[in-house]
Design a binder for this molecule. Sequence first.
Ligand code: ACO
Length: 418
Amino acid sequence: MSKATLTLGNQTLEMPVVVGTENEVGISIGVLRGSSGAITLDPGYGNTGSCTSAITFIDGERGVLRYRGYAIEDLAAHASFVEVMHLLVYGALPTAAQLERFQHSLAHHTLLHEDMKKFYEGFPPKAQPMSVLSAMVASLSTYYETDDDLNIIRLLAKLKTIAALSYKKSIGQPFVYPRNDLDFVADFLHMMFAVPTEAYHVNEVVRKALDMLLILHADHEQNCSTSTVRMVGSSGADLFSTISTGISALSGPLHGGANTAVIKMLELIRADGSDYAKYIAKAKDRNDPFRLMGFGHRVYKQFDPRARLIKKAADQVLDQLGITDPLLAIAKNLERVALEDEYFVKRKLYPNLDFYSGIVYRAMGLPTSMFTVLFALGRLPGWIAHFKEMRDNRDRLHRPRQIYTGPMLRPIPPIEYR
Ligand code: ACO
């Protein structure tokens, strides 16, 4: 199968077929407009491939997710987040020497320019941490104007400092500086939770669980925020400005913001007597705007493999930390009822990665306001990998077309007749 044929009116068009390494088939429609004047119409890009990419493979029908050929289950069990960063951004798992160099570089670029601390003073006390994160990342481009590869390390190293400072600002505590002797995740926890009045020891259960969660969030091919990154980056915009738009895209409740929305939903159900059946009925009601947050996915028509791993982690972390969270029981009941309900079965709606992640974050003592920031911290290497791939491949400017549905040409009426 090397060509597809399309009949449009009395024209027959032949279009090349592109086949990926996992036998995914794409019809290259480049000839369509030139030969026929027509375009393809696919609102929400549900069936449009915007690029070829060698980073992440998803099979939504079988619930498969791989980064550069490695199964997400294997990476979660055997790799660290720093190794996965290296894998995504540079294309290979690091050797021992590469890992040491990479960790050293990451540890030595964590500081923000002291002036940038003043930016936090200008944000209101209740500022959304995602808005702060996006603004601070965009601001980095004013400090590092040269568009070079070191900016990748700078951003990978500094995002956790920016994130932790925004949390400290939101609770009115003094900023805590990074520590080069701690590993990536331990350093983040230290900046989040250390206070000048007492020694802070990183809990190993929390560190390991967060490391794994960050791996699970690290890339997901052409999702909304990554497509945003590729769209903005295609104009030649610099790394920091581009990634800040990915952060903004991630903040919405239909994307990364869903992890916060899930907890709010579970709290609402709990406050309403834990009547989960009532909320299943609401989610099914077309006239009710309520949706089961953390359920459904554009690509997965199967259990999201990340959700499986996070659900297991939720049980383990709560058990190891000796925590009982009533929201976990509500979530499990919602899942059980939904998976047996014809509405969800017919539409192939399964829990996505956001359904259980918030419960694990809560158990770790991480505040709800920071959940989407944690998603961004995990997704950063994926965004950077796509930015780099797009640059290396010299991708064209992204510029979709449209079908115009507004008024036809008309004269401007005199003001008294408008
Ligand atoms: N609760 C109730 N019904 C749902 C849900 C849900 N969570 N998700 C989808 N449906 C229904 C829709 O109403 C629609 O029904 P219909 O065919 O009768 O009209 C059908 O399932 C298909 O849904 P769409 O909205 O067309 O699917 P789409 O692919 O556009 O949306 C999305 C995917 C946005 C994730 C959606 O499932 C949703 O809103 N989920 C809740 C928010 C969420 O968890 N987002 C996180 C996604 S994962 C991530 O970004 C990290």
